[in-house]
Design a protein around this ligand. Structure first.
Ligand code: GLN
Length: 533
């Protein structure tokens, strides 16, 4: 095998330019050429991981199979590449410092002053190279934040050192923004020039520039950027706004970005791959004319990224059902028993979102009751599933005041309760039930028909669970516990078979839905919603 190639993706001018999407798209193109690719994200904040950040700070918290609470960009990496990521794919400043400080206490640096350079930068470099051990041809590393941030300086310095050490095996891609100034009727490249200059001051000459713009830029502008930034014109790529993030790989491929990367790293480009499956997916999206209306009920719906993986899973599922997704975001705090009919009547299906804490719970319960009583397809994910259980207990089993002990420790019927091994946990960070667990599905259930197999693995992120003491009562009244963990007996899936589609999962199926491999539960839910129209 040839040496592993390292590609670093940094961003400038403004944040939110889509470094994650560009990294995932480039990864996809290289993967389509037969290379083994992985993508990692460096986040320059001091938290050990984003697990304790709320969605207002950080958007969705993604979970890897090995139980790491990670940045949402890892979700993009998996959706694009269709391969799992792990803890090693997401590293924060906090993790780097924690390791270095632990080593210092152990005496690993005995006699030395521990410093940002070389100790922190060495630890950053070690984390980059760690991934190559898994025999990847390409390790793409996205540097969070914007060049010039104080926080990301040690990461940029590490990239500078690696570029020096690795030579041709290392490339730097810099993503910037080219704004359109309406008054002047012109696109402006000055911010890009400044951003590249800033990178150069830090010792890094980018090899490839990706310019994010609203519309296609003319070649004069491209040549200007090339000249001022010491980059050849064919290495200045445009990332023009497109209707879906899944078109970005095609946009980059049309400009030969992957071939340029191969050439610069000394590999033979050969012919451009077809990407048939990917293009089929895009074609189906483009061809869909009819819509499916899904109501997403949650307390963070006003935040664009809070339910990222659910949004993407629903979109994928709609496309595989040849429908346009018409997603309605319904704030759980604004739903109550008197307006629920008005808010949800037109929905073809309702998804009740995950979450933590009491806020918005009553609205979720109203939505679930409405779906159950009117037989509307309803999908409960994690807290959504727990609310399905609470609603059923209160309104079908007559257990007045039934609740989760997360909401009310002294509830008369603790139908959702803290897991036994959670009871003595003091630390909040990284201590939930996290990552992929086995789930055995009962033969003959609807969910069994959907997955088409008895044993599945799905990812978890929760502390509370269905209380098995009540299992018999639920089953006798028609809510079946059709999925359970074979080792612990924890209930992972509930369904009401007498309804058209009423399923709740304690796990998060949205974490493993990818473009070429959509999660079957989402596909089935959307299909049921369409049939319910
Ligand atoms: N708050 C619930 C628990 O911890 C559900 C978590 C979630 O929806 N991810 O069990």
């Amino acid at each position: 095998m040839a040496d592993t190639k390292y590609i670093f993706v940094s961003g400038g001018v403004v944040s939110s330019l889509g470094k994650g999407i560009v990294s995932a798209s480039l990864g996809k193109l290289l993967q389509a050429r037969g290379y083994n690719v992985t993508i990692q994200k460096f986040d320059p904040y001091i938290n050990i991981d984003p697990g304790t950040l709320n969605p207002y700070e950080h958007g969705e918290c993604y979970v890897t199979v090995d139980g790491h609470e990670a940045d949402l960009d890892l979700g993009h990496y998996e959706r694009f590449l269709n391969i799992p990521t792990t803890r090693a794919n997401n590293v924060t400043t906090g993790r780097i410092y924690q390791t270095v400080i632990d080593k210092e206490r152990k005496g690993d640096y005995l006699g030395k002053t521990v410093q940002v350079i070389p100790h922190i930068t060495d630890e950053i470099k070690r984390n980059v190279k760690l991934l190559a051990k898994n025999k990847f041809d390409f390790v793409i590393t996205e540097i969070g934040g914007t060049v010039g941030d104080i926080e990301s300086l040690p990461f940029i310095e590490s990239v500078r050192q690696l570029k020096w050490e690795l030579g041709k095996n290392c490339l730097c891609v810099h993503l910037t923004y080219v704004p359109y100034i309406a008054a002047a009727k012109e696109y402006k490249t000055k911010p890009t020039q400044h951003s590249v200059k800033q990178l150069q001051e830090l010792g890094i000459q980018p090899d490839i520039l990706v310019l994010r713009t609203e519309r296609l830029l003319n070649q004069d502008l491209i040549r200007k950027v090339a000249l001022f930034c010491n980059v050849s014109a064919d290495s200045v790529i445009q990332s023009v706004d497109v209707p879906t993030i899944y078109e970005v790989p095609i946009v980059l491929q049309r400009q030969d970005m992957d071939a340029i990367v191969l050439k610069k790293t000394g590999l033979d480009a050969g012919s451009t791959p077809e990407m048939e499956k990917w293009k089929n997916f895009l074609q189906r999206k483009a061809d869909a004319t009819e819509t499916v209306k899904i109501g997403l009920v949650g307390k963070y719906v006003e935040l664009q990224d809070a339910y990222k993986s659910i949004d993407e899973s629903l979109l994928q599922a709609a496309i595989y059902n040849d429908r346009k997704l018409d997603l309605h975001l319904i704030h759980s705090e604004k739903i109550n028993d008197s307006n629920v009919d008005e808010l949800l009547r037109d929905m073809d299906g309702i998804l009740v979102a995950p979450g933590f804490g009491q806020r918005g719970i009553d609205g979720k319960l109203s939505a679930i009751r409405y779906a159950r009583e009117n037989d509307k397809p309803c999908f409960g994910v994690c807290l959504g599933m727990q609310c399905m259980v609470i609603e059923f207990a209160r309104n079908v089993l007559g257990m007045k005041g039934a609740n989760s002990t997360e909401m009310e420790q002294t509830a008369p019927y603790k139908v959702i309760d803290l897991m036994e091994d959670q009871k003595n946990i003091i630390n909040m960070g990284g201590s939930m039930r996290l990552g992929a667990y086995d789930c055995a599905i009962r033969k003959g259930s609807r969910v069994y028909g959907i997955y088409g197999k008895e044993l599945i693995q799905e990812r978890h992120r929760h502390r509370f669970e269905f209380n098995n003491e009540y299992r018999r009562q639920f089953e006798e009244a028609g809510m079946m516990c059709v999925g359970e963990n074979p080792d612990s007996g924890l209930v992972e899936i509930v369904e009401i078979p007498s309804l058209k589609w009423f399923i709740g999962t304690q796990y998060h199926p949205e974490y493993n839905s990818t473009v070429v491999n959509p999660n079957p539960l989402f596909v089935s839910f959307v299909k049921a919603a369409i049939e319910n129209k």
